[in-house]
Write a protein that binds this ligand. Structure first.
Ligand code: NAP
Length: 462
């Protein structure tokens, strides 16, 4: 009877997870979606605690308390710009947990109870250990690359792909041996070590700039590892939630690759940073026109429609609050203000939405690329804040460009464009942006937060 109730609660949890993900799809409902998923998780945890077997309840609650406190402290300290590396660590720990659970279950059945493995538990445990191991070390390397503790440049050497293939085939061999018989436990250890090495080797050739795509892929791996662990433990909610994470991670990876005009294979083979910087110096030098804060304030004051294009530089400068002040000033003067959101602006999906929402900019002012792109040609002033690649016309015009084919925001079509950035520094793709030299484009040099604050000050004087 009890097991029936637990299965029903697991089913409710799974439905809440799915609804939560659906709601997170819409900016307005995202918070409720998050809460709904959290409720699903709470129910799943409670139902699991009821059937505690191996550890005692106080031991489990103690572990949960320590983990929750650590998580809370880290979540409070982390800056918005550090979220991608945080997600990398989360994925890594998810992978490590799968390795730990699957290994202990394998060990118990094979060496303690001498039960052997059946056709479901055996392969599931070994796949879980293998994918979990790759996810763990791969995520740690991604974390170290993103926070600059190791070089973000692709690390490559000759024979790298051949070595990866040999390690993969060796893992397959050792894994099959581990399934068919109770081999020497040393081989199980070797199997784990092989997966850990493969995790390092598959992520080091990928440039720091491609890391968000890899993190999304590793997120999918951690879901797959959790899903297979669900088969090991015969736990339906783990199977469903792992499958959801695995599937949504792979869909997100595809969306990011498409929006960046990159194939997943080319990301995984690595070396993007090198190619891009190699192809930058061609073409004539870009001559730009500068604008000062006073003149910029006057241009805002004279406009009747403004589109703001936020990019990675806005996140670096933490300029979102200054931007909200600017948009409120414009609104008071009956100037229409909209925000154009490119799907890969910033360094993670939804990066701009999160920052602008944090600054209380109304959701209905945030307009997706497909919806707003036709409006640029009818707009008086476009204000590009720390964005570069997502407004680079080379994506439309230059087949040699590494970003050729990537859909961009049509900022160049507006009557006047002001670009706020610190210098002529390049963006993620490492290429020049000819927009900055266009006759309708003016450069407002300086840190975005500082210059926008000054523009706001000037506007108040007008
Ligand atoms: P971007 O092309 O990387 O350019 C950002 C610009 O911000 C730089 O040119 C930099 O110029 C400027 N900047 C940096 N700090 C600044 C500051 N304090 N104040 C003002 N400006 C500052 O950014 P993007 O246009 O947002 O494009 C995103 C790129 O990331 C795309 O190429 C996309 O494919 C890639 N990407 C995105 C994701 C994702 O999920 N969102 C994932 C992977 C890759 P200065 O140095 O001159 O200031």
């Amino acid at each position: 009877m009890m097991t029936h109730w637990i299965q029903i609660i697991y089913l409710i949890s799974a439905v809440l997870f799915i609804l939560g993900i659906k709601w997170m799809n819409k900016t307005k409902a995202a918070r409720q979606g998050n809460l709904l998923s959290a409720l699903g998780m709470l129910l799943a945890i409670l139902a699991t605690l009821v059937q505690v077997q191996v550890l005692t309840l106080p031991e489990i609650l103690g572990g949960m308390l320590v983990g929750s406190v650590i998580g809370l402290v880290i979540a409070r300290r982390v800056e918005m710009t550090q979220i991608p590396e945080m997600v990398a660590l989360f994925n890594g720990f998810g992978g490590l947990a799968s390795v730990a659970v699957a290994t202990s279950d394998y060990w118990l059945r094979q060496y303690e109870l001498n039960q052997g493995l059946d056709a479901i538990v055996g392969p599931s445990a070994l796949v879980s250990i293998f994918i979990g191991g790759i996810t763990f070390t791969g995520s740690v390397v991604a974390f170290l690359k993103l926070n600059g503790r190791i070089s973000g440049q692709p690390i490559t050497f000759s024979g790298q792909h051949a070595l990866n293939l040999i390690l993969f085939l060796s893992s397959l061999l050792v894994g099959s041996m581990a399934f068919w018989s109770a081999i020497d436990p040393l081989w199980v250890l070797i199997f784990i070590i092989l997966s850990l090495i493969l995790g390092v080797l598959t992520v080091i050739p990928i440039g720091g700039a491609d890391m968000p795509v890899v993190i999304s892929l590793l997120n999918s791996y951690s879901g797959m590892a959790a899903c297979t662990t669900g088969f090991v433990l015969n736990n339906s909610v783990l199977i469903v939630s792992g499958a959801l994470v695995g599937a949504s991670g792979i869909i997100l990876t595809q969306i990011m690759c498409k929006a960046m005009n990159r194939s997943l294979v080319s990301v995984l083979l690595g070396g993007f940073g090198q190619t891009a910087s190699g192809s930058t110096s061609d073409g004539p030098e870009i001559v730009v026109k500068e604008v000062g804060v006073e003149e910029a304030a006057m241009l805002f004051d004279a406009a009747s429609s403004v589109i703001i294009v936020p990019g990675y530089g806005m996140a670096v400068a933490q300029a979102q609050h200054a931007i909200r002040e600017l948009s409120e000033l414009c609104a008071k003067r009956n100037i229409s203000v909209k925000f154009a959101i490119h799907p890969v602006a910033g360094r993670m999906p939804g990066h701009m939405n999160v920052l602008l929402a944090e600054a209380n900019i109304p959701y209905d002012q945030l307009i997706e690329m497909e919806e707003i792109n036709d409006e640029f040609s009818r707009t008086d002033l476009v204000f590009v804040v720390g964005a570069n690649d997502v407004v680079n016309p080379a994506a439309r015009t230059n087949p040699q460009s590494p970003i050729f084919g990537m859909p961009i925001l049509n900022a160049d079509k507006a009557q006047t464009v002001i670009v706020s950035k610190r210098s002529m520094g390049k963006g993620y793709a490492g290429i020049e942006n000819e927009l900055f030299g266009y006759p309708n484009c003016l450069m407002l040099f300086g840190d975005a937060k500082q210059t926008i604050t000054k523009v706001v000050g000037e506007m108040k004087e007008l």
